[in-house]
Design a protein around this ligand. Structure first.
Ligand code: ATP
Ligand code: MG
Length: 398
């Protein structure tokens, strides 16, 4: 008997039900926009007053992520609750789950929050997923540093919790480097990962429904700059069909093992010898999946709505080649000047296939994600050409 036949099937939550989201950032904003387009009402729980998602949601519950009264208000109003960032306290999701359907659940989120739990989980899935993470070792005390084997160096020391956009990471060549880095990070538990020879980086976006059915989007190829996602190109120009299929199958095996409901994105490395290594997962829509808004039949945000509302998952078909460029606060500043000016959006929007998404943040700062641009075109070459033209307008080295 299939898994779906064993689980009780909750009825769908149809519009105009309320859907709740933990977190008020840009992912929550784009989620709210997708939900509202389908006729849902959206409530956001977020401690800050003016936030990207709060600007568009019908209700903003201004409360800390672990505030019991705030959580109970969200649960009482909503037919289902989701999260837009992985550092939401897993206990908060568990509290919500006592009275409302929560997707993803606290378990999936807690595994993704903790690099040690995540690596263990990936290793445990390997017989089914066919992929392993990078060789690694937990560094929690001096003895662990003394016991580092030579083949883990050079490596990257990463904090176990709260890392994002390359923050909480130090590249290390020797045990002395590890020691210094461990001390500089306040001796919090870290993970030492062997530095691998990357040919390129890819991500796979999947969604799994309450009934155990899952869908998988085309493979995306990601370029990072200074630890932050710079561009996503889909279909990935360097990815062989074999690697793409392997990564897609691995992602579906991983979400099934996790018993996950909702959208989840898995990052993989493709090494110079062509082999595939699983890096990390995000239990939510992902920056590398933003292209789905403009280039796929069902966006990753609509897919999250469908999964949490127990609706059938949508068609993941990509109808146009796509290149996504993150827009950081840097483009508001000319050279080293510190007075911000608005970029020439009218020139960007004159380019064929341009889709501009700005997140409503009124305080541009360097390295802050302010929005993104997706170029869609019949061919990848055309989309890339428009992206290059946009980079020239924005003063970004393409
Ligand atoms: P984000 O949340 O923005 O995806 P992060 O801060 O959680 O990033 P990782 O994705 O683990 O951290 O690492 C950031 C980048 O560092 C990777 O995209 C990759 O370019 C590089 N990197 C990480 N681990 C390794 C490794 N073991 N070998 C080589 N490069 C690595
Ligand atoms: Mg990453």
């Amino acid at each position: 008997m299939s898994e779906s036949k064993l689980k009780p099937i909750l009825p769908a939550a149809n519009p105009p039900a309320w859907l709740g989201v933990m977190g008020g950032g840009q992912l929550g904003r784009m989620f709210a926009q997708a939900a509202q387009a389908m006729g849902y009402q959206v409530a956001v729980l977020e401690p800050s007053q003016d936030c990207p998602a709060g600007q568009v949601a019908q209700r903003l519950v201004n409360a800390d992520y672990s505030d019991a009264a705030g959580l109970d208000a969200l649960a009482a109003q909503c037919a289902a609750v989701t999260t837009e960032f992985e550092n939401v306290p897993a206990d908060s999701l568990s509290r919500l789950a006592q009275t409302v359907f929560v997707a993803p659940d606290g378990h999936g989120v807690s595994v993704a929050q903790d690099r040690v739990a995540e690596k263990r989980f990936f290793v445990s899935c390997a017989p089914k997923s066919g992929v392993l993470p990078a060789p690694h070792k937990v560094i929690a005390a001096q003895e662990d540093i003394d016991a580092i084997s030579d083949d883990l160096l050079p490596g990257i020391l990463k904090t176990v919790r709260m890392g994002y956009d390359g923050k909480g990471q130090v590249r290390v060549k020797s045990r002395a480097d590890v020691q210094a880095a461990f001390e500089s990070m306040g001796k919090v538990t870290c993970l030492l990962e062997k530095m691998l020879p990357l040919a390129y980086e890819v991500s796979v976006l999947t969604a799994r429904g309450h009934d155990g059915e899952s869908v998988v989007y085309p493979i995306a190829e990601n370029v990072h700059r200074d630890g932050i996602l710079f561009t996503t190109t889909v279909p990935g120009p360097n990815v062989s069909e074999e690697s793409a299929l392997k990564a897609q199958k691995a992602a579906q095996a991983i979400v099934a093992e996790l018993g996950y409901v909702g959208v989840l994105c898995i990052e993989f490395f493709v090494l110079t010898d062509g082999s595939l290594v699983v890096n990390e997962m995000a239990p939510r829509p992902h920056n590398s999946g933003h292209y789905t808004i403009d280039a796929c039949v069902t966006s990753q945000f609509e897919q999250q709505v469908r999964a949490m509302a127990r609706l059938p998952l949508g068609d993941v078909r990509q109808h146009s080649a796509a290149v996504m460029l993150n827009i950081l606060g840097d483009v508001w500043f000319e050279g080293d000047r510190d007075d911000a000016r608005e970029p020439a959006w009218h020139e960007i929007l004159a380019l064929p296939g341009a889709n501009l998404h700005l997140y409503g943040k009124d305080d541009p700062r360097r390295a802050r994600k302010m929005g993104h641009l997706t170029f869609i075109a019949p061919t990848l070459e055309q989309a890339q050409q428009q992206l290059n033209a946009a980079c020239a307008v924005l003063g970004i080295a393409a």
